[in-house]
Each structure stands twice: as C-alpha cells, then as structure tokens.
Design a protein around this ligand. Structure first.
Ligand SMILES: [Zn+2]
Length: 59
C-alpha cells in the first residue's frame, strides 16, 4: 500500500513507520491532501453549466 508511505524530513528517507527508523523523528505524509481544490472547481463547473442551460432557453 503506497498510500501510507511516510517521509522523514530530516534525512529525506521514506518509511511506513510513524517514526523514522534512522533518527527516531516523527515522519510526515509527503503528499498534502488536495481534496478541497478539485471540489471547488467541480462546484464552479456545475454553476456554469446551469447558467449555460438557462442562456440556451432550456430553463
Ligand atoms: Zn530520519
């Protein structure tokens, strides 16, 4: 499961552990969650689609 791979910011090593096996520091998830961004665009797209239908007289 590659989704749970974590990274140590100290020695740039990848691990599955919550703490780095090399230096013992807490590891971070290298990919920040970006779920809010596409969601925002999706609602904008929905909005423009609705407006487009109204302009074509399909409302
Ligand atoms: Zn480390």
């Amino acid at each position: 499961m590659a989704e749970h791979i974590r990274k140590c910011v100290d020695d740039q090593g990848y691990t599955l552990e919550k703490n780095c096996p090399i230096c013992g520091k807490e590891t971070i998830l290298p990919r920040p969650p970006k779920f809010s961004l596409p969601d925002k665009y999706a609602s904008l797209r929905r909005e423009s689609k609705k407006t487009g239908l109204q302009e074509k007289g399909l409302f």
